[in-house]
Write a protein that binds this ligand. Structure first.
Ligand code: SF4
Length: 187
């Protein structure tokens, strides 16, 4: 196929790399520095002529703007997993077609810490139930911890890639590595 572009590199990014409005309300204020770095990362990808595919935001699609922050256990339901796969299938078809036509899918960027899009780290805790009549609310909130697992959406991406024999590196982005993504992916 004739290639009108000088390079055939494509990256997939979790939705909020390009649209931070999809994050849980107030999260961007809390993490301003990281959000600024994400913008720089995207600008560098564009400058390097890397095609960018934006993945859907599962939390926004399923729970909308007014959702609370959740932990992984709350999204770990058959329905959330089914919906994740349903959202990912059209993207998977694009990846398969790009790959068949000589494009190089250089990686997928996830968001470490997210209960959905974390890759090496996700938030876990014994969160459930009614807020207003919960006498153990403080204990429940204090059960929050980061665990070395992927979020639910990324687990489903990994499953789909494996089932389709697609070998694409998935990088969990966080404050420790966001300045080095170009080296990690050898862009
Ligand atoms: S679910 Fe994923 S894409 Fe959506 S806001 Fe959270 S980390 Fe970003």
């Amino acid at each position: 196929m004739e290639n009108l572009n000088c390079n055939k590199k494509i990256i997939l990014v979790c939705h909020c790399f390009l649209n931070c409005k999809s994050k849980v309300e107030n999260f961007n204020e809390y993490n301003k520095n990281f959000e600024e770095k994400k913008k720089n990362l995207i600008m560098n990808l564009i400058k390097n002529d890397i095609g960018i595919i934006q993945l859907p935001c599962p939390e926004m699609k399923i729970y909308g703007c007014r959702r609370w922050g959740h932990v992984k256990e709350q999204f770990d339901t058959p329905h959330f997993r089914d919906m994740s796969r349903e959202m990912l299938n059209p993207v998977l078809n694009e990846i398969r077609d790009y790959s068949k036509n000589g494009f190089n899918i250089i990686g997928i960027l996830g968001v470490n810490g997210s209960p959905s899009c974390g890759v090496n780290l996700t938030c876990s805790g014994k969160w459930y139930g009614e807020f207003s009549h919960n006498h153990n609310l403080n204990d429940m909130l204090a059960s929050l911890e980061m665990v070395e697992e992927s979020g639910v959406f990324i687990e489903e991406i990994k499953g789909l890639l494996e089932e389709n024999n697609l070998n694409i590196p998935i990088v969990g982005v966080d404050t420790s590595n966001i300045d080095n993504i170009h080296q990690i992916l050898d862009i």
